[in-house]
Design a binder for this molecule. Structure first.
Ligand SMILES: *Cc1c(COP(=O)(O)O)cnc(C)c1O
Length: 357
Protein backbone atom coordinates (compact mmCIF):
# COMPACT_ATOMS: atom_id res chain seq x y z
CA UNK A 1 0.00 0.00 0.00
CA UNK A 2 1.15 3.50 -0.75
CA UNK A 3 0.65 5.95 2.13
CA UNK A 4 -2.42 8.16 1.87
CA UNK A 5 -1.39 11.70 1.05
CA UNK A 6 -2.06 14.41 3.62
CA UNK A 7 0.84 16.55 2.39
CA UNK A 8 0.13 19.81 0.54
CA UNK A 9 0.98 18.32 -2.81
CA UNK A 10 0.80 15.98 -4.39
CA UNK A 11 -2.53 15.32 -2.75
CA UNK A 12 -4.78 12.30 -2.58
CA UNK A 13 -6.27 11.23 -5.92
CA UNK A 14 -9.54 9.31 -6.14
CA UNK A 15 -9.48 6.07 -8.12
CA UNK A 16 -12.07 7.30 -10.64
CA UNK A 17 -9.77 10.18 -11.60
CA UNK A 18 -6.72 7.91 -11.77
CA UNK A 19 -8.56 5.44 -13.98
CA UNK A 20 -9.53 8.21 -16.39
CA UNK A 21 -5.87 8.74 -17.23
CA UNK A 22 -5.26 5.20 -18.44
CA UNK A 23 -6.70 5.63 -21.92
CA UNK A 24 -5.23 5.09 -25.37
CA UNK A 25 -3.94 8.47 -26.65
CA UNK A 26 -5.70 10.40 -29.39
CA UNK A 27 -4.13 12.71 -31.96
CA UNK A 28 -3.96 16.25 -30.61
CA UNK A 29 -4.96 17.79 -33.95
CA UNK A 30 -8.26 15.93 -34.23
CA UNK A 31 -11.87 16.94 -33.63
CA UNK A 32 -12.08 14.43 -30.82
CA UNK A 33 -9.18 16.11 -29.06
CA UNK A 34 -10.54 19.63 -29.62
CA UNK A 35 -13.83 18.59 -28.08
CA UNK A 36 -11.97 17.25 -25.04
CA UNK A 37 -10.01 20.49 -24.59
CA UNK A 38 -13.15 22.56 -25.13
CA UNK A 39 -14.98 20.74 -22.36
CA UNK A 40 -12.05 21.08 -20.00
CA UNK A 41 -11.34 24.75 -20.68
CA UNK A 42 -15.00 25.78 -20.48
CA UNK A 43 -15.32 23.80 -17.24
CA UNK A 44 -12.31 25.53 -15.71
CA UNK A 45 -13.81 28.92 -16.65
CA UNK A 46 -16.91 28.07 -14.60
CA UNK A 47 -14.75 27.09 -11.64
CA UNK A 48 -12.86 30.40 -11.79
CA UNK A 49 -15.94 32.55 -12.44
CA UNK A 50 -14.38 33.97 -15.58
CA UNK A 51 -15.49 34.68 -19.12
CA UNK A 52 -11.99 35.67 -20.17
CA UNK A 53 -9.30 33.19 -21.24
CA UNK A 54 -8.21 29.97 -19.61
CA UNK A 55 -4.96 28.40 -20.84
CA UNK A 56 -3.58 24.95 -20.09
CA UNK A 57 0.06 24.01 -19.76
CA UNK A 58 1.92 20.74 -19.70
CA UNK A 59 4.27 21.78 -16.94
CA UNK A 60 4.16 22.18 -13.21
CA UNK A 61 2.92 25.49 -11.79
CA UNK A 62 6.42 26.91 -11.51
CA UNK A 63 6.59 27.04 -15.30
CA UNK A 64 3.63 29.43 -15.26
CA UNK A 65 5.14 31.43 -12.39
CA UNK A 66 8.08 32.08 -14.68
CA UNK A 67 5.89 32.63 -17.73
CA UNK A 68 3.77 35.18 -15.89
CA UNK A 69 6.55 37.62 -15.10
CA UNK A 70 8.13 37.20 -18.54
CA UNK A 71 4.84 37.87 -20.35
CA UNK A 72 3.35 40.56 -18.17
CA UNK A 73 5.97 43.12 -17.19
CA UNK A 74 8.04 45.56 -19.17
CA UNK A 75 8.61 48.13 -16.43
CA UNK A 76 8.86 46.92 -12.85
CA UNK A 77 7.42 44.11 -10.75
CA UNK A 78 6.24 44.40 -7.15
CA UNK A 79 6.69 40.95 -5.57
CA UNK A 80 4.73 40.48 -2.34
CA UNK A 81 6.37 37.81 -0.21
CA UNK A 82 4.99 36.03 2.87
CA UNK A 83 6.66 32.60 2.71
CA UNK A 84 8.67 30.18 0.62
CA UNK A 85 6.50 30.07 -2.50
CA UNK A 86 5.96 33.80 -2.83
CA UNK A 87 9.70 34.09 -2.27
CA UNK A 88 10.26 31.68 -5.14
CA UNK A 89 8.13 33.99 -7.31
CA UNK A 90 10.38 36.90 -6.36
CA UNK A 91 13.49 34.84 -7.07
CA UNK A 92 12.18 33.83 -10.49
CA UNK A 93 11.48 37.48 -11.29
CA UNK A 94 15.07 38.38 -10.50
CA UNK A 95 16.53 35.44 -12.42
CA UNK A 96 14.52 36.46 -15.48
CA UNK A 97 16.29 39.80 -15.34
CA UNK A 98 13.20 41.87 -14.67
CA UNK A 99 13.31 45.05 -12.66
CA UNK A 100 11.69 44.34 -9.28
CA UNK A 101 11.09 45.40 -5.70
CA UNK A 102 10.35 42.80 -3.04
CA UNK A 103 7.94 43.48 -0.17
CA UNK A 104 8.22 40.78 2.44
CA UNK A 105 6.37 40.29 5.71
CA UNK A 106 7.40 37.86 8.43
CA UNK A 107 6.50 34.26 7.64
CA UNK A 108 3.13 33.45 9.14
CA UNK A 109 1.83 36.96 8.40
CA UNK A 110 -0.44 37.84 5.51
CA UNK A 111 0.04 40.17 2.57
CA UNK A 112 -2.73 42.68 3.19
CA UNK A 113 -4.68 45.01 0.94
CA UNK A 114 -3.32 47.97 2.94
CA UNK A 115 0.25 46.91 2.21
CA UNK A 116 -0.50 46.47 -1.49
CA UNK A 117 -2.21 49.87 -1.64
CA UNK A 118 0.70 51.66 0.00
CA UNK A 119 3.33 49.95 -2.16
CA UNK A 120 1.54 50.52 -5.46
CA UNK A 121 0.89 54.15 -4.71
CA UNK A 122 4.61 54.76 -4.18
CA UNK A 123 6.22 52.92 -7.10
CA UNK A 124 6.12 52.78 -10.86
CA UNK A 125 4.98 49.16 -11.19
CA UNK A 126 3.19 47.39 -13.99
CA UNK A 127 2.81 43.98 -12.34
CA UNK A 128 2.09 42.83 -8.80
CA UNK A 129 2.67 39.19 -7.80
CA UNK A 130 0.77 37.78 -4.84
CA UNK A 131 0.35 34.26 -3.52
CA UNK A 132 -3.24 33.30 -2.66
CA UNK A 133 -2.49 30.46 -0.29
CA UNK A 134 1.08 30.41 1.07
CA UNK A 135 1.66 26.68 1.35
CA UNK A 136 4.76 27.01 3.53
CA UNK A 137 2.99 28.92 6.32
CA UNK A 138 -0.72 28.04 6.03
CA UNK A 139 -1.69 31.65 5.38
CA UNK A 140 -4.53 32.47 2.98
CA UNK A 141 -4.17 36.04 1.75
CA UNK A 142 -7.30 38.24 1.37
CA UNK A 143 -7.39 38.03 -2.41
CA UNK A 144 -10.70 39.76 -2.97
CA UNK A 145 -9.57 42.84 -0.99
CA UNK A 146 -6.19 42.85 -2.72
CA UNK A 147 -7.93 42.69 -6.08
CA UNK A 148 -10.11 45.67 -5.15
CA UNK A 149 -7.01 47.71 -4.31
CA UNK A 150 -5.14 46.81 -7.49
CA UNK A 151 -8.13 48.08 -9.49
CA UNK A 152 -7.11 51.57 -8.34
CA UNK A 153 -3.93 51.27 -10.43
CA UNK A 154 -4.91 50.84 -14.08
CA UNK A 155 -1.34 50.11 -15.27
CA UNK A 156 -0.76 47.34 -12.76
CA UNK A 157 -1.64 43.74 -13.61
CA UNK A 158 -2.36 41.33 -10.76
CA UNK A 159 -0.72 37.92 -11.03
CA UNK A 160 -1.75 35.33 -8.45
CA UNK A 161 -0.04 32.09 -7.53
CA UNK A 162 -3.18 30.18 -6.61
CA UNK A 163 -1.55 26.76 -6.65
CA UNK A 164 -2.72 25.39 -3.31
CA UNK A 165 -5.92 27.43 -3.11
CA UNK A 166 -7.61 27.01 -6.47
CA UNK A 167 -10.70 24.80 -6.19
CA UNK A 168 -10.37 24.67 -2.40
CA UNK A 169 -11.62 28.23 -1.94
CA UNK A 170 -13.40 30.62 -4.31
CA UNK A 171 -11.41 32.74 -6.74
CA UNK A 172 -13.73 35.10 -8.61
CA UNK A 173 -11.30 36.05 -11.35
CA UNK A 174 -13.39 38.61 -13.26
CA UNK A 175 -15.12 40.21 -10.29
CA UNK A 176 -11.93 40.53 -8.23
CA UNK A 177 -9.89 41.85 -11.16
CA UNK A 178 -7.31 39.08 -11.30
CA UNK A 179 -5.26 39.19 -14.49
CA UNK A 180 -3.61 35.82 -14.10
CA UNK A 181 -4.40 33.05 -11.63
CA UNK A 182 -2.27 29.95 -11.98
CA UNK A 183 -2.25 26.52 -10.39
CA UNK A 184 -0.91 23.07 -10.93
CA UNK A 185 -3.38 20.21 -10.66
CA UNK A 186 -1.75 18.14 -7.90
CA UNK A 187 -3.10 20.32 -5.08
CA UNK A 188 -6.77 21.17 -4.50
CA UNK A 189 -7.69 19.99 -8.00
CA UNK A 190 -6.93 16.46 -6.80
CA UNK A 191 -5.06 15.13 -9.86
CA UNK A 192 -1.61 13.59 -10.22
CA UNK A 193 1.21 16.11 -10.90
CA UNK A 194 2.44 17.23 -14.31
CA UNK A 195 -0.08 19.77 -15.54
CA UNK A 196 -1.06 23.38 -14.84
CA UNK A 197 -3.92 25.74 -15.65
CA UNK A 198 -4.29 29.51 -15.64
CA UNK A 199 -6.73 32.30 -16.28
CA UNK A 200 -5.63 35.26 -18.38
CA UNK A 201 -7.48 38.56 -18.60
CA UNK A 202 -7.92 40.37 -21.89
CA UNK A 203 -5.70 43.20 -20.72
CA UNK A 204 -3.00 40.75 -19.66
CA UNK A 205 -3.13 39.22 -23.13
CA UNK A 206 -2.74 42.74 -24.59
CA UNK A 207 0.30 43.27 -22.36
CA UNK A 208 1.85 40.02 -23.57
CA UNK A 209 1.36 41.15 -27.19
CA UNK A 210 3.55 44.17 -26.48
CA UNK A 211 6.41 42.17 -24.94
CA UNK A 212 9.28 41.11 -27.25
CA UNK A 213 9.43 37.38 -27.99
CA UNK A 214 13.01 37.28 -26.79
CA UNK A 215 11.75 38.09 -23.30
CA UNK A 216 8.87 35.61 -23.41
CA UNK A 217 10.54 32.66 -25.13
CA UNK A 218 8.56 30.13 -27.17
CA UNK A 219 7.07 27.46 -24.91
CA UNK A 220 5.31 29.84 -22.54
CA UNK A 221 4.44 32.73 -24.86
CA UNK A 222 0.88 33.63 -23.85
CA UNK A 223 0.09 34.98 -27.32
CA UNK A 224 1.01 31.65 -28.91
CA UNK A 225 -0.78 29.72 -26.15
CA UNK A 226 -3.88 31.85 -26.61
CA UNK A 227 -3.83 31.58 -30.40
CA UNK A 228 -3.77 27.78 -30.22
CA UNK A 229 -6.23 27.82 -27.32
CA UNK A 230 -8.80 29.78 -29.30
CA UNK A 231 -9.05 26.69 -31.58
CA UNK A 232 -9.07 24.43 -28.49
CA UNK A 233 -5.57 23.29 -29.27
CA UNK A 234 -2.18 23.74 -27.65
CA UNK A 235 1.07 24.94 -29.24
CA UNK A 236 2.84 21.74 -28.22
CA UNK A 237 1.73 18.16 -27.57
CA UNK A 238 -0.19 18.28 -24.29
CA UNK A 239 -0.43 15.67 -21.56
CA UNK A 240 -3.61 14.10 -22.90
CA UNK A 241 -4.00 11.81 -19.85
CA UNK A 242 -4.35 14.92 -17.68
CA UNK A 243 -7.09 16.25 -19.93
CA UNK A 244 -8.98 12.96 -19.58
CA UNK A 245 -8.60 13.23 -15.81
CA UNK A 246 -9.71 16.87 -15.76
CA UNK A 247 -12.76 16.02 -17.84
CA UNK A 248 -13.83 13.46 -15.25
CA UNK A 249 -12.87 15.67 -12.31
CA UNK A 250 -14.89 18.60 -13.67
CA UNK A 251 -17.96 16.35 -13.90
CA UNK A 252 -17.38 15.31 -10.30
CA UNK A 253 -16.97 18.93 -9.21
CA UNK A 254 -20.22 19.82 -10.95
CA UNK A 255 -21.96 16.92 -9.22
CA UNK A 256 -20.73 18.02 -5.80
CA UNK A 257 -21.35 21.70 -6.55
CA UNK A 258 -18.61 24.34 -6.34
CA UNK A 259 -20.06 25.98 -3.23
CA UNK A 260 -20.32 22.60 -1.53
CA UNK A 261 -16.76 21.88 -2.44
CA UNK A 262 -15.61 25.12 -0.84
CA UNK A 263 -17.65 24.54 2.31
CA UNK A 264 -16.27 21.00 2.59
CA UNK A 265 -12.80 22.55 2.61
CA UNK A 266 -13.82 25.10 5.26
CA UNK A 267 -15.26 22.32 7.41
CA UNK A 268 -12.16 20.17 7.11
CA UNK A 269 -10.00 23.18 8.00
CA UNK A 270 -12.11 23.96 11.05
CA UNK A 271 -11.87 20.39 12.27
CA UNK A 272 -8.07 20.32 11.93
CA UNK A 273 -7.61 23.66 13.65
CA UNK A 274 -9.88 22.74 16.55
CA UNK A 275 -7.96 19.51 16.96
CA UNK A 276 -4.53 21.11 17.22
CA UNK A 277 -4.80 24.77 18.12
CA UNK A 278 -4.33 24.33 21.85
CA UNK A 279 -1.82 21.52 21.67
CA UNK A 280 0.52 23.03 19.06
CA UNK A 281 -0.58 26.52 18.15
CA UNK A 282 -1.30 27.73 14.64
CA UNK A 283 1.54 29.23 12.66
CA UNK A 284 -0.71 31.51 10.58
CA UNK A 285 -1.69 34.96 11.75
CA UNK A 286 -5.20 34.80 13.27
CA UNK A 287 -7.88 35.59 10.72
CA UNK A 288 -5.77 34.43 7.76
CA UNK A 289 -5.72 30.66 8.36
CA UNK A 290 -5.90 28.65 5.18
CA UNK A 291 -8.93 26.59 4.17
CA UNK A 292 -6.79 24.03 2.35
CA UNK A 293 -3.91 23.25 4.71
CA UNK A 294 -2.97 23.89 8.30
CA UNK A 295 0.51 24.73 9.49
CA UNK A 296 1.01 24.00 13.19
CA UNK A 297 3.84 25.53 15.12
CA UNK A 298 5.62 23.26 17.51
CA UNK A 299 4.80 24.90 20.84
CA UNK A 300 4.87 21.54 22.62
CA UNK A 301 8.34 20.84 21.21
CA UNK A 302 7.50 17.35 20.00
CA UNK A 303 9.88 15.26 17.92
CA UNK A 304 8.51 16.11 14.49
CA UNK A 305 10.82 13.75 12.62
CA UNK A 306 9.48 10.83 14.68
CA UNK A 307 5.92 12.02 14.24
CA UNK A 308 6.22 12.08 10.45
CA UNK A 309 8.05 8.73 10.46
CA UNK A 310 5.52 6.98 12.69
CA UNK A 311 2.64 8.33 10.61
CA UNK A 312 4.41 7.06 7.50
CA UNK A 313 4.69 3.60 9.08
CA UNK A 314 0.90 3.63 9.44
CA UNK A 315 0.56 4.66 5.79
CA UNK A 316 -0.28 8.31 6.27
CA UNK A 317 2.01 10.91 4.78
CA UNK A 318 2.05 14.25 6.58
CA UNK A 319 4.54 17.04 6.09
CA UNK A 320 7.31 18.46 8.24
CA UNK A 321 7.98 22.16 7.80
CA UNK A 322 8.91 23.58 4.41
CA UNK A 323 12.14 25.42 3.74
CA UNK A 324 13.22 27.60 6.65
CA UNK A 325 10.40 26.15 8.80
CA UNK A 326 11.67 22.56 8.67
CA UNK A 327 11.59 21.10 12.19
CA UNK A 328 9.66 24.09 13.54
CA UNK A 329 6.27 23.36 12.02
CA UNK A 330 4.29 20.50 10.58
CA UNK A 331 1.54 20.68 8.03
CA UNK A 332 -1.59 18.77 7.29
CA UNK A 333 -3.31 19.26 3.95
CA UNK A 334 -7.10 19.09 3.80
CA UNK A 335 -7.71 19.70 0.15
CA UNK A 336 -8.86 18.19 -3.10
CA UNK A 337 -10.82 14.99 -2.78
CA UNK A 338 -10.16 14.35 0.90
CA UNK A 339 -13.40 14.12 2.86
CA UNK A 340 -14.31 14.93 6.47
CA UNK A 341 -14.06 11.19 7.28
CA UNK A 342 -10.47 11.13 6.01
CA UNK A 343 -9.63 14.03 8.29
CA UNK A 344 -11.30 12.40 11.30
CA UNK A 345 -9.35 9.26 10.50
CA UNK A 346 -5.93 10.92 10.22
CA UNK A 347 -6.47 12.99 13.37
CA UNK A 348 -7.42 9.84 15.30
CA UNK A 349 -4.22 8.15 14.18
CA UNK A 350 -2.18 11.25 15.05
CA UNK A 351 -3.63 11.13 18.56
CA UNK A 352 -2.42 7.54 18.97
CA UNK A 353 1.02 8.29 17.54
CA UNK A 354 1.44 11.38 19.73
CA UNK A 355 0.83 9.25 22.81
CA UNK A 356 3.71 7.02 21.76
CA UNK A 357 6.18 9.88 21.29
C1 LIG B 1 3.15 23.64 -4.80
C2 LIG B 1 3.23 25.10 -4.97
C3 LIG B 1 3.99 25.68 -5.99
C4 LIG B 1 4.83 24.86 -6.92
O1 LIG B 1 4.04 24.12 -7.76
P1 LIG B 1 4.70 23.08 -8.79
O2 LIG B 1 3.52 22.47 -9.45
O3 LIG B 1 5.51 22.11 -7.96
O4 LIG B 1 5.57 23.85 -9.71
C5 LIG B 1 3.97 27.04 -6.13
N1 LIG B 1 3.25 27.83 -5.31
C6 LIG B 1 2.51 27.31 -4.31
C7 LIG B 1 1.73 28.23 -3.45
C8 LIG B 1 2.47 25.94 -4.11
O5 LIG B 1 1.72 25.42 -3.13
Amino acid sequence: MKPKLFIPGPTHVDQEVLDAMAQYPIGHRTDEYRELQRKVVEGIKECLYTEQSVLISTSSATGLMEAGVRNLSQRKVANFVCGAFSQRQAEITGICGLDQDIFAVDWGKATTAEQVQSVLSRGDYDLATVVFNETSTGVMNPLEEIGEVVKNFPDVLLMVDAVSGMLGAPIKVDEWGIDMALASVQKAWGLPPGFAVMSLSDRALERSRSIPEAQKGFYFDFVRMHRAGSKYETTVTPSIPHLYALEVQLDRIRAEGLENRFSRHRNMARLVREWGVNRFGLFAQPGFESDTLTCFSNAADIDLISLVKKMRAREYLISGGYGALKGQTFRLAHMGDLQIEDIEDVLGVMDKVLEEL
